[in-house]
Design a protein around this ligand. Structure first.
Ligand SMILES: Nc1ncnc2c1ncn2[C@@H]1O[C@H](COP(=O)(O)OP(=O)(O)OP(=O)(O)O)[C@@H](O)[C@H]1O
Ligand SMILES: [Mg+2]
Length: 405
């Protein structure tokens, strides 16, 4: 390493001397020199390098350049000797060049991008990497110039493409959001308006049963009863749909909510159901606080718990375990049951609105509950999911940011 440096230094010194002689003598374009083998090697390397290389002093006077650099700038060797480094820089970038020189003197090495100028006035972007060497107590600069037009073009193309893509995505997102809003308000007004005629149907069918019961035979009364119960079922459907679309329309601002207090409220809501089914519910308290919305969390948990006590084999007492785990900044709340379970191919589908896997007779419901769970979680910036083995039970979970995150 030391030897190499020494010979480089020697060569540079010789080059500088020669350059000075040439300039002083006005001796023309050939650098006459006697090379030792090492110098010859170094000089050949310098000339045949793939990069354009220059050697200059700190005043910007060119000491030597290789053929690649001549080709890049369009000068021949005799011309380049009367050119100063600053002449190779695009006029608009002169101050950038000076700043680069200053940091080069300070740090001993620098890499920068700059617009350079060819002999014919044409500009091109380049990456210059330069370092200083001491020669005879004087600092000289050796550097390489790389034409980066292609890279810049590719970068520009990429930038344009990205901008185009971003604009496209933004436009599509706006369209989607608008379509979603429209659909949601459509669902809301339709379900709202559907309730009036439905009430009329139920009301008149009930009136038939009350006021004309004697005039109807058994089949007639059965038909009227079916109209009443179908209307009642449809009313529940519409109410669930309304709850769902109301949820999708309201913006939620998450704040710290205690899962213990949410669960307390849910247990109170479902208490008669829990008693009727003699359900055993174990809660691993204390449950942590999460970032969410209290009312939405009550809806979410009430749906999960009512499912957990509903979907058991007939005659089986529901057993539910509720626990939470904190994973760094997230909280995952688990509602685990020992019920009928769900085949894996349905794990994603059941979260869609109106998706149900059982008949109404065995397990009543509208299929909106889990859609509310999913939507509610989305609105609070969380996610929901399920692990389940048919016949063994289901473990539903919801994940939210922990309090303070
Ligand atoms: N804990 C569970 N165990 C087994 N299956 C379940 C469980 N929870 C949900 N499912 C299945 O997913 C379906 C959708 O659940 P979801 O809560 O959305 O509707 P639902 O309970 O049938 O009706 P709703 O909740 O609207 O009254 C259920 O019909 C059932 O097939
Ligand atoms: Mg349900």
């Amino acid at each position: 390493m030391k030897d190499e440096e020494k010979s480089k230094e020697q060569i540079l010194k010789e080059l500088i001397d020669l350059r000075r002689t040439v300039v002083a003598d006005g001796a023309g374009d050939q650098l006459k020199r006697e090379h030792s083998t090492a110098e010859e090697k170094y000089y050949n390397l310098f000339q045949s390098a793939n990069d354009a290389i220059f050697i200059q002093d700190l005043n910007g006077t060119i000491i030597d350049v290789n053929n690649k650099l001549l080709a890049l700038f369009g000068y021949d060797r005799s011309e380049i000797m009367s050119v100063r480094m600053a002449d190779l820089v695009n006029a608009a970038e002169e101050s950038k060049y000076r700043t680069a020189l200053e940091s080069l003197v300070k740090d001993g090495a620098t890499v920068f991008e700059i617009l350079l100028r060819r002999k014919n006035g044409e500009s091109f972007p380049a990456e210059v990497s330069a370092s200083t060497f001491p020669v005879n107590g004087e600092k000289v600069v050796q550097g390489t110039v790389r034409n980066i037009s292609e890279r810049k073009r590719a970068e520009e193309e990429f930038r344009k493409y990205r901008k185009h893509l971003e604009a496209f995505v933004a436009q599509r997102t706006d369209q989607l959001e608008a379509a979603n809003k429209e659909l949601e308000s459509f669902a809301y007004s339709v379900s709202h308006d559907l309730r009036a005629p439905l009430r009329a149907m139920e009301g008149f069918a009930s009136a038939l049963l009350e006021d004309y019961a004697e005039k109807l035979d058994e089949t007639g009364r059965d038909y009227a009863n079916r109209v009443v119960s179908a209307a009642q079922h449809m009313d529940i459907l519409i109410q669930d749909l309304l709850a769902y679309s109301r949820l999708s329309r309201s913006a939620l601002k998450p704040n710290a909510v205690s899962l213990d207090s949410v669960l307390g409220e849910v247990m109170h809501q479902l208490s008669s159901d829990i008693q009727k089914r003699d359900a055993q519910i174990r809660v691993e308290r204390p449950l942590p606080e999460v970032m969410g919305d209290h009312a939405t969390l009550v809806q979410v948990l009430s749906n999960l718990l009512s499912n957990a006590i509903k979907f058991v084999e007939p005659g089986v007492k529901p057993k539910v375990n509720i626990r939470a785990e904190t994973l760094s900044n997230k909280v995952r709340l688990w509602v685990e049951d020992a019920g009928i379970g769900i085949p894996p191919e349905y794990h994603a589908r059941i979260f869609r609105i109106f998706e149900r896997l059982q008949g109404m007779e065995s397990y009543p419901g509208t299929g909106v509950g889990l859609a509310i769970v999913k939507k509610g979680l989305e609105r609070m910036g969380g996610i929901a999911g399920v692990d389940s083995v048919p016949g063994k039970g289901s473990k539903f979970w919801v994940e939210l940011r922990a309090k303070g995150f």
